[in-house]
Design a binder for this molecule. Structure first.
Ligand code: B16
Ligand code: MG
Length: 219
């Protein structure tokens, strides 16, 4: 099937916000007396805010009422936004803007498929909002990755089927979501974590559509 559309994850694919999410969750976990390290954080990539909090509470064997959970999520998010506030137009990861521009010049459609409720804010800071034909973020979905809802909606908004789209993901949960939805998926980053993807790249530096097609056909 010919690829006609592309769905990009945000955190870890377009911009490196993972360290800010990690720092904000780590402080919250520390306050709760729950150990939380980079390995834990790896499992939370692509996972919604509420599911991430539940992971930390489960790890610590803690049961809290819904009001307290809401307060903790607000606190984490305020901390995350203060850290991510410095993100600006030059902080898109190397090569990503050029790659998206090339796809669009070839007449392809491009969507965002992010679990983050802050996606519009971050895209705005990067001045990339207008680069996308469709934006699906954490406010538009009910089920977080590894459920495929975010990518299914992205494909639908572009008027395409999953088999006509290629997904780019840095998270294990996101790769699983794409496969479950019937998409081809390129993992961005860790070869071991993302080994189920159709192809894996380190980043978008020097990347173009021809090279990407070669990678997919050789995998
Ligand atoms: P928020 P993505 C995900 O974004 C992040 O990878 C994950 O760490 C975060 O918990 C999730 O968004 C929710 O983010 O708290 O901003 O709504 O990778 O799907 O773009
Ligand atoms: Mg991500």
């Amino acid at each position: 099937m010919t690829i006609k559309g592309f769905i990009f994850d945000l955190d870890g694919v377009i911009v490196d916000t993972a360290s800010h999410h990690f720092a904000a969750w780590q402080i919250l976990a520390e306050d709760l007396g729950v150990p939380f390290d980079e390995k834990d954080n790896e499992l939370l990539k692509g996972v919604s805010r509420v599911d991430s909090l539940e992971f930390i509470l489960n790890k610590g064997g803690l049961v809290l009422d819904s009001q307290t959970k809401l307060r903790l999520m607000e606190k984490k998010n305020a901390h995350y936004l203060s850290l991510a506030g410095s993100i600006g137009v030059n902080d898109a990861l190397p090569g990503i803007v050029e790659f998206i521009q090339e796809l669009k010049s070839l007449g392809m459609q491009v969507a965002l498929g992010s679990s983050s409720k802050n996606a519009h804010q971050i895209l705005g800071q990067l001045e990339l909002t207008d680069a996308f034909n469709a934006i699906v973020d954490g406010n538009r979905i009910t089920l977080s990755k590894p459920d495929p809802e975010v990518f299914m909606l992205g494909a639908r908004l572009m008027g395409l089927t999953p088999s006509e789209c290629l997904v780019f993901e840095d998270a294990k949960a996101g790769v699983e979501a794409a496969i479950d939805g019937g998409f081809q998926v390129v993992g961005v980053g860790n070869e071991i974590e993302l080994s189920d993807a159709d192809a894996i790249i380190d980043d978008f530096e020097e990347m173009n559509w021809e090279r990407m097609q070669n990678l997919l056909s050789n995998s």
